[in-house]
Design a protein around this ligand. Structure first.
Ligand SMILES: Cc1ncc(COP(=O)(O)O)c(C=O)c1O
Length: 396
């Protein structure tokens, strides 16, 4: 069909023309004498995105999964215990990866649609008097269910109990879109990828590592090669990489970081919050519910919409794609067939969100879901329109 295809999966996201153009360059000499003049400021500016002054940014040619792997192999040893909770597919996959590396994973199963179970984390950590737990894992934004968790609260628990475990955070679908504070929250390894908040193609694992994690790396015994932080930092200190870097992607990342900093991080977060609010307003107007069980868990980057009983969510997704060129996210694992996901992150504005919601309405109507056509789009328009906004302010 002519016209733009709608990309509303929760990553990869829509890529700004500025980033595409930044990558439309001749391949370059990554050992050139002036390459450090490009690399050093990029690493320094990325710290601003992680909201850190003390953390070390590390970029691998990889994806978020490689970032997870690096967190494990650089800081832990076979048989180490880590505390994790599973409330969605990405939590689950991280736990499985830990097991592959011979870690002993103390896994707490939580309801899908909720987030990190703080009380149960506290209980486990409190009982761990000998500090067997070496790392605590939190998926900041569970992309499978559209749930954001309270990382700061996990830090408070660790501090209250004076527990020395490292804090690992999967920020793959939060960082650069939802507020994430490396230093304030005392995060030890934060992991993200290039294809979500950074609005880039897939291909980079972007990490931030604390001094404490780097100290742990000195004694951690898991074998590591390609993902060795020490090798990377040694070369980065000179403005280079230990192997051929994905220089074209780095050029795109430069443009991405510039765009994020020009908009201003607080504005980026506020924009995501506003647009997410419009999506949620639409879901409620349709008479449907979010998979996120309560507002405290609502994600500003992705909404998983629960379809009515008797409807296959995959039919909505297939119809949206086949008839309307609209890509939505599918349900994964426990919520497969029960939800479809609307990604609302990255390079996005009001009109694009309305386009997605209009497309969802078309697909839902074709699939036989009963709702008032236009109700979701109307609710979103009311949520987003400046006129309604000023009326709301005047009425307050
Ligand atoms: C929360 C979360 N963690 C990890 C991953 C895995 O990242 P990648 O697909 O970049 O390896 C994803 C991917 O969507 C994700 O959403």
């Amino acid at each position: 069909m002519p016209g733009f295809k709608g990309l509303f999966v929760p990553g990869p996201t829509n890529m700004p023309f500025r980033i595409r153009q930044a990558m439309d360059v001749a391949l370059e000499d990554h050992r050139a004498p002036d390459f450090p003049e490009f690399v050093r400021p990029l690493l320094a500016d990325l710290k601003k995105i992680f909201q850190t002054t003390t953390g070390q940014v590390i970029i691998f040619p990889s994806s978020g999964t490689g970032g997870w792997e690096s967190a494990i192999t650089n800081t832990l040893s076979v048989g180490d215990t880590v505390l994790a909770s599973v409330y969605g597919q990405f939590c689950y996959l991280w736990v499985e990866l830990c097991k592959r590396f011979g870690l002993n994973v103390d896994t707490i199963e939580a309801e899908w649609g909720t987030g990190v179970p703080l009380d149960r984390y506290r209980a486990r950590l409190e009982a761990d008097k000998t500090h067997k737990i070496k790392a605590v894992l939190v998926t900041h934004n569970e992309t499978a269910t559209g749930v954001t968790s309270d990382v700061a609260a996990v830090r408070r628990i660790l501090d209250d109990l004076k527990h020395p475990a490292l804090l690992f955070v999967d920020g793959v679908s939060s960082i650069a879109a939802i507020d994430f504070r490396m230093d304030e929250w005392g995060v030890d390894v934060a992991v993200t990828g290039s294809q979500k908040g950074f609005m880039m193609p897939t291909g980079l694992a972007i990490l931030c590592v604390s001094e404490k994690a780097l100290k742990a790396a000195e004694t951690a015994k898991l074998p590591r090669g390609f993902f060795d932080y020490k090798d990377m930092m040694k070369s980065n200190a000179q403005g280079y990489f230990p192997y051929t870097p994905a220089a074209t992607l780095l050029r795109g990342l430069r443009a991405s970081v510039d765009m994020l900093l020009e908009e201003g991080l607080p504005n980026v977060f506020a924009r995501h919050h506003r647009l997410a609010g419009a999506v949620r307003a639409a879901v409620h107007a349709w008479g449907l519910t979010c998979c996120a069980a309560a507002p405290q868990w609502y994600s500003d980057t992705v909404t998983a919409v629960v379809v009515p009983k008797g409807i296959a969510a995959n039919e909505v997704i297939k119809t949206a794609y086949n008839r309307y060129d609209l890509s939505l996210g599918g349900g994964l694992n426990k919520v497969a067939g029960k939800v479809f996901r609307i990604g609302h992150l990255g390079w996005l504005n009001e009109i694009m969100v309305l386009q997605a919601l209009g497309g969802v309405e078309l697909a839902m109507r074709d699939t036989g879901i009963a709702f008032e056509p236009g109700s979701g789009v109307g609710a979103a328009v009311r949520h987003l329109s400046r006129a309604d906004e000023s009326m709301r302010v005047a009425a307050e």
